[in-house]
Write a new protein. Sequence first.
Length: 322
Amino acid sequence: MNTIDYLRIAVTDRCNLRCVYCMPEEGVDLKSHDEMLSIEEVEKLVKSVAPMGIKKIRLTGGEPLVRKNIEILVKKIASVEGVEHITMTTNGILLGSMAKALKVSGLNRVNISLDTLKADKFKAITRWGDLNDVLAGIDASLKFGLTPVKINVVAMKGFNDDEIIDFVELAIKKRVQVRFIELMPIGESDEKARIEHISIDAIKAIIEEKYKLISTDDIVTDGPASNYFIEGHPGSSVGFIGSLSNHFCGRCNRLRVTADGKVRLCLHKDVEFDVLALLREGKSEAEIRAFFESIIPLKPKGHSMTEEGWGNQKRKMSQIGG
């Protein structure tokens, strides 16, 4: 069993986009406000698990920046003893106006999901987003020090495989880390994944036709990416996450908590444990910590997405937090 030192917390199931592989156009059945973890409950949750060695907290969604008072939540988490790093995965739409306040509150850095650099394709895949908002969010994150900025690109055959080099050149121009992610058969993408999937090896081969990649262990990483410097371009890098062709289950160091307070030990396994109930029963931090310690040994050793797809799981990707 790997050391578990990383907790992903979904702070909302709402999103201001409708990416075709993530969420239906009409959205998903949203939880009511009372069914969601409150800011105070998230704070107590983090205080409970930090003494277990949880050093990194990632805030996800839905889209975390649509959560009311998200800056207050970041500040509360940043004050918890033992928490060393707070990050956020966001679509970047609201980052342009919020990056400074998030940095001041204690957010360390951001991962920005961006699958195309072409405005018409961006609107098509997000169904109503504006690419310029995300580009402004990248610039604001760099300006106010939410760094290193990581750009997460889900690679899809026939959609953005003609933009691989464009993204590498974005990494060079902005001095950011671009990470190419294999499309997983999760939720909305399940039926189409085998058609649209492009392997990490194929992406890497495209890049190496133009740029020399230098493998390095020096890039700060806390996750599944294999990272490479781009020769001749200091400060820029690319990474590859082979969720299907080279899955990273053997290195997994994370747990997930959904916005309605369910703990998932694995993204792909539809098994959940209710921590919201314990919080609302008034359990102590020690009792909540003991609850986590009791379920961690149940964490599966690997996923079966390649064989099973998403199956009959109740939640879409946006309801888990990625």
